[in-house]
Design a protein. Structure first.
Length: 289
């Protein structure tokens, strides 16, 4: 596939349509940009401390490896909840969840979600303490690499091995978080859905649980947004809603190829409809003006 030009990327993500910052909001906007950069630093520093200080001590006292993985993922979930609270207290965002207890009681599912911002994964992990995920292979070569290789699934593995590891963790009662688009969504519309989540669900014989990442415009946290940018009109609002499960039993009598295609289409249909409904109901101040 040919690489997109800067002009094509700009058209796809619609950055030019943003209104200028109103003069009366300029001090608040500056504060919010500062808070966003502070949270980047807080998150990065915290990740390094966890990898170099906290997890080695957990590994010393928690055996065998399977128990360490559970405790490590629970600790990551708790750390992400703390990070979400920091962002909430500083006024960077508002986080609304339909029923937090339901998220803590999810077991043995493929969790799929739309992906409007870089924080979606962090917040879903904070809500689901027994969640595994598929991470970029490049992260395994960073300072966090040791923890990532021990606790999570790296996407640079052979796909058959990746499916095997996903099935193993699902059979143990854990969940696997996957974004079917494979990357963050444009500000309007979606990227084509990939079949990986459907193929893993089919292989693992587990149901798929769609989660809507709703709320307002996530400009500043989306793909290709400037590092220092922030929503021009209001703070970030995240609404998380659990959508009806997609039962794998409806697809198990089909061949893998056909099942993966139909299951992917169903995921896209459910999530796209929820995103459209969210966009219709959630009228931002920018739209009002």
């Amino acid at each position: 596939m040919a690489k997109e030009s800067k002009e094509e990327i700009k058209a796809k993500y619609n950055h030019d349509e943003l209104p200028p910052v109103k003069w009366y909001r300029f001090p608040l906007w500056c504060y919010q940009c500062f808070v966003k950069l502070f949270c980047y630093l807080f998150f990065g520093t915290g990740s390094v401390v966890l990898a170099l200080v906290v997890f080695p001590w957990i590994r010393v006292f928690v055996h065998p490896k399977e128990k360490f993985q559970i405790k490590a993922r629970e600790f990551v979930s708790a750390s992400f909840r703390m990070f979400a609270n920091v962002m909430r207290i500083t006024g960077a965002l508002s986080l609304r969840v339909d029923d937090r207890a339901k998220y803590r009681n999810i077991h043995g599912k493929i969790i799929v979600a739309n992906h409007p911002s870089m924080l979606d994964f962090v917040f879903i992990m904070s809500l689901v303490p027994n969640a595994n995920c598929i991470v970029r292979g490049g992260l395994a070569n960073t300072v966090l690499g040791g923890v990532i290789r021990q606790c999570y699934i790296v996407n640079s593995l052979d796909f058959d091995e990746l499916c095997r590891l996903c099935k193993q963790t699902i059979d143990e009662g854990n969940n696997v978080i996957i974004f079917p688009e494979g990357t963050r969504s444009p500000r309007h519309g979606v990227n084509p859905y990939k079949k990986g989540a459907a193929r893993i669900a089919y292989y693992s014989n587990c149901d798929v649980l769609p989660i809507l990442v709703g709320g307002n415009d996530k400009y500043g946290l989306g793909k290709h947004d400037p590092f220092w940018s922030y929503n021009h009109t209001e703070r970030y609002i995240y609404n998380f809603s659990m959508l009806p499960e997609i039962k794998i039993d409806e697809y198990t009598n089909l061949s893998e190829t056909i099942a993966a295609k139909r299951l992917t289409d169903k995921m896209e249909e459910v999530l796209y409809a929820a995103v459209k409904e969210n966009d219709t109901k959630f009228v931002t101040n920018r739209d009002k003006e």
